[in-house]
Design a protein around this ligand. Structure first.
Ligand code: PMP
Length: 308
């Protein structure tokens, strides 16, 4: 799917897409210290559009920058506004938003970022269902990765740092090469952690379980689904579990901005439950899509509305 649009926001200005370039000595390109977000905008049923939980994404972005010691030259509100402006400049009523805070070039090379400037870019592009439209209904086939998720004292796992994703790329490309759709990564003690770009949930006898926020990214979709599940009357527990518990679950699914709610129909060649989206996944998916399309007024504060 193409990512070419008209404009990319860079350091406070809207720049034509093919001029949004950086120097080859950009520090982030060498050492991976960049922090980013993935945010979605949806078309609402009333004809307007809405960015889903924009404030929470910007808060996490600035939190990631703080963890990495990056001094960001823009405020929360400036960055939030810039996301909306970039969608509008590209005439996009829906799509994916990618803010990236990175360390520029020109002052110093070496591990210490030193006096290089902290820069910000925001790109948008159209993005349908991350794991395929069919996956949202049929579910996907995944494998336990041979790669372990980061230890909390090796990488800052709650910060969404570019360099952390080397681990995700290894896991994802291995899974694809082996014929699976996605990887499930275990934490360094062997408990289930998350997908390469998703949080994970299982369901057993109507109880929903997801790993606690120990070594995983605090997913905003995860938080949204927990809130919606509780409102629908489900019991939700945040507790460590093992891969064999996933094999024996009635349902399993991934959550993420890109993946939305994607059911998992198989792990390591074991069919999970009925082998397709189960009733809990379907109920949560329906509730989630109602919210993002602006059909549930109780969650109006999760939407930053805009019109072209
Ligand atoms: N875990 C990882 C490793 C991710 O990259 C993502 C995607 N941002 C998630 C979980 C899900 O987070 P969110 O729901 O905020 O997109």
């Amino acid at each position: 799917m193409g990512v070419r649009t008209d404009f990319i926001w860079m350091d406070g200005a809207m720049v034509p897409w093919d001029q949004a370039n950086v120097h080859v000595l950009t520090h982030t390109l060498h050492y991976g210290v960049g922090v980013f977000e993935g945010i979605r905008a949806y078309e609402c049923t009333d004809g307007s559009s809405a960015v889903f939980r924009l404030n929470e994404h910007i808060e996490r972005l600035l939190g990631s920058a703080k963890v990495m010691g990056m001094k960001v030259p823009f405020s929360h509100e400036q960055l939030a506004e810039a996301c909306v402006e970039t969608l509008k400049a590209n005439k996009m009523t829906a799509g994916y938003i990618r803010p990236l805070i990175f360390i520029g070039s020109g002052e110093a090379m070496g591990v210490n970022p030193g006096p290089n400037p902290v820069r910000v870019a925001i790109a948008v592009w159209p993005w349908g269902a991350y794991l395929g439209a069919e996956a949202l209904e049929r579910g996907i086939r995944i494998c336990t990765s041979s790669y372990t998720r980061h230890h909390v004292n090796v990488m800052m796992t709650k910060a969404k740092v570019a360099g952390n994703y080397v681990n995700s790329v290894l896991a994802k490309t291995e899974a694809l090469a082996d014929g699976y759709d996605e990887a499930l990564l275990l934490d360094p003690t062997g408990y289930v952690a998350e997908g390469s770009g998703e949080n994970v949930f299982i369901v057993k006898k109507g109880v929903i379980k997801t790993p606690p926020l120990t070594s995983i990214l605090a997913g905003i979709t995860r938080d949204s689904l927990i809130t919606l599940a509780k409102e629908l009357g489900y019991e939700v527990v945040e507790q460590l579990f093992t891969r064999d518990e996933v094999y024996m679950a009635d349902e399993a699914f991934f959550s993420g901005t890109a993946a939305e709610l994607t059911p998992i129909r198989e792990l390591d060649r074991r069919v999970i439950g009925e082998g397709h989206a189960g009733p809990v996944a379907k109920a949560l998916q329906a509730a989630f899509f109602k919210v993002v399309k602006g059909e549930n007024p109780a969650y109006a504060n999760w939407l930053r509305r805009y019109s072209l």
